[in-house]
Design a protein around this ligand. Structure first.
Ligand code: C2E
Ligand code: MG
Ligand code: MG
Ligand code: MG
Length: 275
């Protein structure tokens, strides 16, 4: 490595780190530009009642296809945004454009919940809170149509901040869902401490529930736990009919997965679910 003296500080450059930092900063510039020029798109994936398969809601999932056609997975976009301070503008963009989608969905008779994923940083950010508060001032009934999906890790980094913000948002009518339930370290603490309405069982348990007794036991217990806590429960990542049938037997409330539909653009969602 190479060391440079700048004033009183000695900065040590690891070539590997330099490369990563450069990649990060390039990527963050592209995200910033993409935000300004509306290159992102919000796709929707239906969430159905397990029994009867009625449309219950839609999860908003961000998509980014660059000008050159390259598709960048959301996890990558989010991880860069979280590391570079772009998460606030990105989350704001997602919320604003989700509201535009919601308006069109409602015009086509949609009366379900729109699921919006939040990032860890959002729940600690006063600015994000003021942003939501401003939107609620403009439309006081906004909260009733929205459920925020949060992950356990999101909340555990600063439980007090999250608790405070979530309780204020709950009072405004917003609901909260614990996403990827079971993959974090403190799922149960969350359920005790926070205003949670819904549990989404992580895909990894759902996918393996019929060939792994442990996965099955976890799914079964989570559904039972949810019912005891007056939460509803969504199984995500359903790709097979057998798994759907097993979930119905266990009294799972809602289902989501490629078996029903992938996330699709707004117009397609309306065509397939509301016409
Ligand atoms: P997530 O919130 O757990 O979303 C579910 C992911 O599983 C989505 O991937 C969805 O396309 C995928 N999926 C749904 N059904 C199936 C299935 O049957 N099989 C398989 N193999 N996959 C299925 P996606 O869109 O790539 O999103 C990945 C993650 O990125 C999301 O996980 C969420 O954590 C994050 N994300 C996506 N959009 C946003 C956003 O607007 N804001 C934030 N903060 N995070 C987002
Ligand atoms: Mg989600
Ligand atoms: Mg999930
Ligand atoms: Mg996830």
């Amino acid at each position: 490595y190479e060391a440079k003296k700048t004033g009183h500080q000695v900065i040590v450059y690891f070539p590997e780190l330099g490369h990563r930092a450069r990649e990060l900063s390039e990527m963050s510039k592209r995200i910033e530009k993409a935000l300004q020029s509306d290159e992102f798109e919000l796709y929707l994936q239906p969430i159905l009642s397990a029994f009867g398969q009625q449309l219950h809601g839609a999860e908003v999932l961000i998509r980014w296809r660059k000008e050159d056609g390259e598709f960048i997975p959301p996890n990558k976009v989010l991880s860069v945004a979280e590391q570079t301070g772009l998460i606030l503008p990105l989350s704001q963009w997602v919320v604003l454009n989700s509201l535009k989608h919601l308006k069109k969905l409602k015009a086509h008779g949609f009366s379900g919940l729109l699921h919006i994923n939040l990032s860890p940083k959002d729940l600690e950010s006063k600015e994000f809170y003021y942003f939501i508060e401003m939107l609620v001032d403009l439309d006081p009934s906004m909260g009733e149509s929205i459920i925020f999906e949060i992950t356990e890790n999101a909340v555990m980094t600063s439980l007090n901040a999250a608790r405070e913000m979530m309780s204020k948002l709950s009072k405004m009518g917003f609901k909260f869902s614990v996403d990827d339930f079971g993959t974090g370290f403190s799922s149960l603490v969350l359920l005790r401490e926070l205003p949670i309405d819904q549990i989404k069982i992580d895909q990894s348990f759902i996918k393996n529930m019929l060939n792994e007794t442990t996965a099955y036991a976890i799914v079964e217990s989570t559904i039972f736990l949810a019912s005891r806590l007056n939460c509803n429960v969504v199984a995500e990542g359903i790709e097979e009919k057998d798994i759907e049938q097993a979930l119905i037997k266990l009294n799972c409330d809602y289902v989501q997965g490629f078996l029903y539909s992938r996330a699709v653009p707004l117009d397609e969602f309306i065509q397939e679910n509301l016409m």
